[in-house]
Design a protein around this ligand. Structure first.
Ligand SMILES: Cc1cc2nc3c(=O)[nH]c(=O)nc-3n(C[C@H](O)[C@H](O)[C@H](O)COP(=O)(O)OP(=O)(O)OC[C@H]3O[C@@H](n4cnc5c(N)ncnc54)[C@H](O)[C@@H]3O)c2cc1C
Length: 384
């Protein structure tokens, strides 16, 4: 067991840090901080991500994927601006969901553009009445000859307002138990009409989260992907990697808060000495460092486990829950250590808090992640 990055990993992480600081951050800072980034800016960002080789990190190499290990992908992801990392996670995961089972002609038409970051793709699964219970979708798929029609509403869809294509989970009818049979369908927004309504969030304000409506949205039947019923399987495959990756994103934000607090308590003097010399302050710093380190190692362990091909459902769920919980706690302590300054806008801690908080919901809420982990521990699914 080696806890040091090897030289290749150190170079990769350093290159990602430079990409982030020298290329991506200037694009983000030239746009308003409190509004979704324009599509042109996102395409510029995707161009840089493609040059770096991470727009299709999880795509099998035989289809032109990067061949990156999930561990290395995690080391890169934790360096990226979180708003970019979350968008990329959706794009990259959706490329996997598209590729697995796409009609060869349709794959030929779209895959290179997704891989090269020229077109952005996302996944629309959640609905007003299907959130944690993601299988209870009611968006309807009707097939008439060589055309298919989609009717329904999707909620909280990352990338929807800047994407070119969506993988939409539709119900292709009910099984013998009356449950929807989920079917993946590719919707090309240049050919099919959908309604888009941006949802304002408390954090990650430059990101994109949409309600999407389908009113007999028409697609060719060749855009149906895989077989009826397999949509859930590909959601889970992608979620298992997304969860520790999201954990690392949240921890990256918390690390920034920790650094701000550390600088503050080193400079700030009260009762005749720097705050950092006080026992209780040092205990807070120790708690913060322990929370960051333990959660980061758990996320990296989950990614390394995925690389071995072993089952990681419980571990990935545990990693995301621990990381997002710890990130929240670290930022809370950072704000407290900064006293009045901690709750001003000047230090930016409140925004970091809101940004990190967002990550406690997508790809599994804290409660659902505990239940997934609990199922692995006990062998019993407790959510039904
Ligand atoms: C930033 C962001 C990005 C997102 N991106 C996407 C996307 O790209 N595509 C997409 O399809 N969706 C996306 N989502 C939606 C996300 O997957 C859902 O919000 C999430 O699954 C939770 O669903 P919900 O909001 O309906 O909450 P609910 O399911 O209503 O849950 C509310 C609360 O009840 C708890 N709860 C639910 N069931 C149980 C149970 N059985 N036992 C105990 N507690 C329970 C939950 O833990 C939670 O705390 C995104 C959401 C966010 C915030």
């Amino acid at each position: 067991m080696i806890f040091e990055l090897n030289s290749d990993q150190a170079m990769l992480a350093d290159a990602a840090r430079r990409l982030s600081e020298e290329t991506l951050a200037p694009i983000l800072s030239r746009e308003p901080a409190d509004a979704p980034l324009p599509k042109a800016a996102m395409l510029e960002i995707y161009g840089h991500l493609a040059d770096f080789g991470i727009t299709a990190a999880r795509l099998p190499e035989e289809f032109g994927g990067s061949g990156l290990s999930m561990l290395d992908y995690g080391l890169i992801m934790e360096q990226l601006p979180p708003v970019v990392a979350l968008s990329l996670l959706s794009h990259d995961g959706s490329t996997v969901r598209f590729n697995a089972g796409a009609d060869p002609g349709v794959r030929e038409t779209y895959l290179a553009a997704f891989r090269e970051g020229r077109k952005i793709i996302c996944t629309a699964n959640s609905e007003p009445n299907a959130g944690s219970d993601s299988n209870t979708i009611s968006t309807r798929l009707e097939i008439e000859g060589d055309r298919a029609f989609i009717t329904g509403t999707k909620m909280w869809i990352t990338n929807a307002s800047i994407c070119d294509c969506m993988i939409v989970s539709c119900s292709a009818g009910n099984d013998d138990h009356g449950r929807p049979v989920p079917q993946r369908v590719l919707v090309d927004l240049s050919q099919s009409r959908v309604g888009l309504h941006e949802t304002a969030l408390a954090g990650l304000k430059q990101g994109h989260l949409c309600e999407v409506t389908f009113d007999r949205t028409e697609v060719p039947v060749t855009h149906l992907i895989g077989s009826p019923g397999d949509a859930g399987k590909y959601m889970t495959v992608v979620w298992n990697a997304n969860r520790p990756l999201i954990g690392l994103m949240a921890l990256g934000i918390a690390r920034r808060a920790y650094n701000i607090a550390l600088a503050h308590v080193t400079d700030r003097r009260q009762f005749g000495a720097p705050l950092s010399a006080r026992q209780l302050v040092q205990q807070d710093l120790s708690d913060m460092e322990a929370a960051l380190t333990s959660a980061r190692l758990t996320c990296l362990m989950a990614l390394a486990t995925l690389d071995t091909g072993a089952r990681s459902n419980g571990l990935s769920a545990m990693a995301k829950r621990l990381a997002t919980e710890n990130a929240n706690r670290v930022i809370h302590l950072a704000m407290q250590l900064c006293g009045g300054m901690g709750i001003t806008e000047e230090l930016g801690l409140a925004q970091l808090w809101a940004d990190a908080r967002v990550f406690q919901v997508p790809d599994g809420t804290q409660g659902i992640l505990a239940l997934i982990h609990g199922r692995d521990i006990t062998g019993t699914a407790a959510w039904r």
